[in-house]
Design a protein around this ligand. Sequence first.
Ligand code: PEP
Ligand code: MG
Length: 413
Amino acid sequence: MGTCCVAGCGEITVNEAEEFFVLPDGRKVTKGEWISLDGSTGNVYGEKIPTVEASVSGNFATLMKWADEYRVLKVRTNADTPKDAKQAYEFGAQGIGLCRTEHMFFAPDRIMAIREMIVSKTPEQRAKALEKILPMQQGDFEGLYREMKGYPVTIRLLDPPLHEFLPHEDEEIEALAKEMGMKFDELKAVVENLHEFNPMMGHRGCRLDVTFPEIGAMQTRAIIQAAITVNKEGMHVVPEIMVPLVGEVKELKYVKDIIVKTADEVIKAAGVDLKYSVGTMIEIPRAALTADEIAVEAEFFSFGTNDLTQMTFGFSRDDAGKFLGDYYSKKIYESDPFAKLDQVGVGKLVEMSVKLGRGTRPDLHLGICGEHGGNPPSVEFCHRVGLDYVSCSPFRVPIARLAAAQAAIKFPR
Ligand code: PEP
Ligand code: MG
């Protein structure tokens, strides 16, 4: 996110209530004191060290230029805000491989509208909430398109487990009930009813659009209207609309039909000529196993290797950190499969999907947008199996460019 972080400092003791932490040697650091972090080395300094914004310049720029002359893979970025998109463009990103639309809604002035949409009991209530969200989404997409200056932008329909957005505290439920003209108890019951025992495998991804097609329709409208607006300013945006968490071609077809119907209506009403494409993430093993069928409907695949790793190993991406340490010390796993792609297992699914998908649709466009897209050994794997691009967070774009060039030299294609 552009903010430096050193994680896993198990040796410090944090006293959250009194706002200080204590280092292993007994030194105490209180709120308001300066420390500086080096996110690359993990060093923490007990003082304010002057910093400069990272940029691609001087020898670094020359090296990047050489890398670009060799690499075959394109490098895109995962960006959800115009600010991230701009940063990534400056680091050499050639498009957005993943815009997680849900991230646009955590801002305090927006969360209310999305909560309203989630807890709506009637289509009318939902339509009212969606109407509030539409202009916000459209504005965000226009910002992304403008920052990408004509490079491709892949926008993913709403994906998250809904509990991530739900109000939990009574105070929050009270405020939402007031906004929606509902009784507190009534809304609390709705919230409780939405509880899921395993939300990561629950009502998320394209399943949301199967239940509430109006969400996908609203998002499509925003994506297409935003493209029409910026194209009138002289750009040539071809939006790529991505359906998440598909495991069955019929569910993709169901959601795609909503997208195509809405998009074509908006384009016709505007009287313009706009191209767009519809594709899917491959992040459920069943999608990988049936990639030949999925490719009948999808114009592109983007490998969501975060979920694909989670579901192939069968361990939660939120909790695996709690026990993976034992696997490293006992030499069962060498490294975190969420950071470095497991080429033996998960990679086999990726490679298989590439072959099956291209068997159905030889011009199928292929990329990766899981965290592995910025991890050099995983980038090399993506090159070897014939993907067209990798997509990673903005600050990893330069390392992905370099890794892609090294892969191309090692494995000419
Ligand atoms: C993925 O699963 O790899 C992915 C990119 O989607 P998310 O991390 O948002 O689930
Ligand atoms: Mg995912």
